[in-house]
Design a protein around this ligand. Sequence first.
Ligand code: SF4
Ligand code: SF4
Ligand code: SF4
Length: 163
Amino acid sequence: MSARDRISRRDLLKGTPSAAPFRARPPGVSRHTLAACTGCGICVEACPETVLLVAPDGVALDPDAGECNFCGKCAEVCPEEVFTPPFRMAHVMEITGDCFVHAGITCMTCRDVCPEEAISMQPRIGAPFLPILDAAACTGCAACSSACPAKAIRAIEKETRND
Ligand code: SF4
Ligand code: SF4
Ligand code: SF4
């Protein structure tokens, strides 16, 4: 169990555990279709990029494991109604305050690896360029989060009005 899955001591003392943390899922999987996942793991074995895992609540995409190439193999092999069109991610990425540039270290890795050119570097006077992520252009592929040397990029839920 990872640290972010654990219930905090404060929540235990209050007796009110916070909601489960948001998890990234593969393309076409939403919180609604996830209920159909039996945890069989067939999609995990089929993924050529080895970015999938079976979490306690169903199939999940590990944003630190690598880049999803949207090949669709996970959806093809799944025997249940878990993957549904449109085969898009239900998340986008967000750059957190752990980014190296906030420590004065120049880094442009995320900008360089993004296949959608969704990350640009904003010039700043007297400080390293700042990475800016365009959520509208982000497919959630996780190329950036898996390459980030600071583990500073995380998946957040996409606004559902666009789905
Ligand atoms: S679309 Fe392809 S690369 Fe992406 S999670 Fe599914 S099997 Fe893996
Ligand atoms: S790859 Fe990570 S550390 Fe480097 S600029 Fe992007 S978010 Fe910052
Ligand atoms: S998740 Fe993919 S598309 Fe989105 S910013 Fe990162 S590399 Fe670019």
